[in-house]
Each structure stands twice: as structure tokens, then as C-alpha cells.
Ligand binder design. Structure first.
Ligand code: ZN
Length: 317
């Protein structure tokens, strides 16, 4: 098993988009700065969608500009289409993710686009990226969402998923990602999906996964993904977002619990866990009344646990 795991924080995008409260821009900046200072190396800071649809993320361009000033941080954003990607390129995002729901009904319901239309957007985005000088080109990921099943169609035929993975790569994505939008995954399904998708795109073009804890299997699924050799895992501070259904169960995987598991297993994350646990305060203050999830923050670290120290030197506290 590899010893370096990239924890990609998605709370400022995935978390905030499913919370009605609009977090003030200054609070978002404080959150991102504090997490980066704790050693988090990649943060999905927002989504370039019309403010009318998601007023919570209307300040994404300003947030990207701020996050870009933090040394060593990969600033990731989600885009639904070429228009969003153009805004992301103008803002200077380091990484752009275009979701493609492998369920066509879900794709039409969520993005109002057929598979063919999303692939066309991917081609147009890739062309816009190629038009930039090499040093300004962001990493472009096509994320296969509802890949472990969809609430409208149930299980999606594997051949359809694999064809879409191939089409995203052919359209010009650098990489595809797997996203368990509905929280249907289990460790066996993760192993099989990683094997199947890597079979068509190659090992290097699938390194990351976005899992949910909807049915309590989030970290079990992470472990399966790590054992398959993936080394990039999405999670959300305080487990916010990702459509939590059951009381006590987060939607997104909780960053604090994920980092605890990784460090307990002697895997390096570059994150100072004690510092990370303190970042929750920023969230609690900016989102009053919003439930924050996670077991490690409540239970504390085990006696004798030696947390990994952050290797990054940042002046922000
Ligand atoms: Zn999510």
C-alpha cells in the first residue's frame, strides 16, 4: 500500500451547496486558510454555477482568487459546463472537475443534459484548456457520478459506465474519478469498479474517489479504494453536505475521521490532525445550528496516539 494519501477537502463546495445558510465570504476564507495551515493540500473551494441556482457559491471567483494566494495549495473547482469552465480558467483554478452522471435520467434531472451533451462540453472544455500556455493549464477531471447506483435507475450497466469513462478520456480529460453520489457503494463494489474502470482508462487515469457515508460504509469503502491503489480521497470537514438522510449519519465522509484512520494506519497525509480538529470551530461559528458530524472530534485522540506533524510551513495560524 502506498504511504502518501491526498485528502481533498470538498466542504466549501459539496458541503455548502446543500446547506441553505449562505456562509459569509470572509468565513469561507478563514476556513480555507485554516485548513491549508493544518496541512490540507487540496481544497475544492466552490463551483462555477449560476448564482441564481446556488447563491451559497456565488462568490466562487473571489474565493478562488483568495485560495490561490496560499502557497502549495491545489485550488479545485467544480464546473457543470463550458461556461463554468471558462470562469474557472479566468479565475486561475488549478483543477477543474466536470461531473458526468452515468445514469442518463439523473444527468437530465440534475444537469439537464444527455450523456452526448456532457461529452460535448468535456471536449469544449479540453479545447479551452489546450488553448492556454502549458504552465497555466489546470488538471481536468471527469467525475463519473452515481457510479455505484442511482436513485432513479438503480444499478447502471457496467458496459455503459466503462463506455462513458472511455469517452471522457477521449474527450480530453486528464483523469476520471468515481463518485458515490447516492451512498450505495460497499467495499466489494468499490474494488470491482476500480478494477473495471482502470481496465479501460489505465491505472494512472483513475486515482481518486468521492465516497459518501450515507449507510455508514464510508470509511470501509475508503479502505477498499486504498487497497486497490487509489491515493486521493474526497472528504468534508464536519461531514457537512452530501445529502445526509439519517440523523447521526453524515453524507460526505468526515475529514477528521478520515485523517485519523489514515494516520492510525501510518499513512502520510501531511496534515496536522490536532490543528485540523480546531478548524471545526470556524465552521460551527459560521454555520450556527448546522449539525457537524464525526466521531474523532467528540471522542478525542486515543491515549498515546502520535499524530503526524504537518510538513508544510505556513505563516497563517
Ligand atoms: Zn459528496
Amino acid at each position: 500500500m502506498q504511504t502518501d494519501i491526498l485528502v481533498s477537502e470538498v466542504g466549501p463546495r459539496d458541503g455548502l451547496q446543500s446547506i441553505k445558510t449562505v456562509m459569509p465570504t470572509e468565513a469561507k476564507k478563514a476556513w480555507i486558510a485554516a485548513e491549508a495551515a493544518a496541512g490540507v493540500r487540496e481544497i475544492e473551494v466552490g463551483s462555477f454555477v449560476p448564482a441564481k441556482l446556488l447563491p451559497q457559491l456565488a462568490d466562487t471567483a473571489e474565493i478562488v482568487a483568495f485560495a490561490k494566494t496560499i502557497p502549495g495549495l491545489t485550488v479545485a473547482v467544480l464546473v457543470p459546463n463550458l461556461k463554468g469552465a471558462e470562469a474557472a480558467l479566468a479565475a486561475g483554478a488549478d483543477k477543474i472537475t466536470l461531473p458526468l452522471s452515468v445514469s442518463e435520467s439523473h444527468s437530465r434531472a440534475n444537469l439537464r443534459r444527455s450523456h452526448d451533451q456532457v461529452i460535448e462540453e468535456a471536449q469544449a472544455i479540453a479545447a479551452a484548456i489546450r488553448a492556454l500556455p502549458v504552465e497555466r493549464r489546470p488538471h481536468f477531471e471527469g467525475s463519473l457520478s452515481t457510479v455505484f447506483g442511482c436513485t432513479i435507475e438503480g444499478a447502471i450497466p457496467l458496459r455503459q459506465i466503462l463506455a462513458l469513462a472511455e469517452r471522457l478520456m477521449a474527450a480530453g480529460c486528464d483523469e476520471v474519478g468515481l463518485s458515490d453520489t447516492t451512498g450505495y457503494a460497499d467495499p466489494k463494489a468499490v474494488r470491482e469498479m476500480v478494477t473495471a474502470v482502470r481496465g479501460v482508462v489505465g491505472d494512472k487515469a483513475l486515482t481518486g474517489i468521492h465516497l459518501h457515508n450515507t449507510r455508514g460504509l464510508g470509511l470501509a469503502n475508503v479502505l477498499a479504494a486504498l487497497e486497490m491503489g487509489l491515493d486521493m480521497v474526497d472528504s468534508s470537514l464536519g461531514g457537512i453536505g452530501g445529502c445526509p438522510f439519517a440523523p447521526g449519519a453524515s453524507g460526505n465522509i468526515v475529514t477528521e475521521d478520515l485523517v485519523f484512520m489514515l494516520q492510525a494506519m501510518d499513512l502520510r497525509t501531511g496534515i496536522d490532525l490536532k490543528k485540523l480538529l480546531k478548524v471545526r470551530k470556524v465552521l460551527a461559528e459560521a454555520l450556527p445550528g448546522e449539525p457537524l458530524y464525526g466521531f474523532t472530534p467528540d471522542a478525542g485522540l486515543p491515549l498515546g496516539f502520535v499524530p503526524e506533524q504537518s510538513t508544510r510551513k505556513l505563516e497563517t495560524a
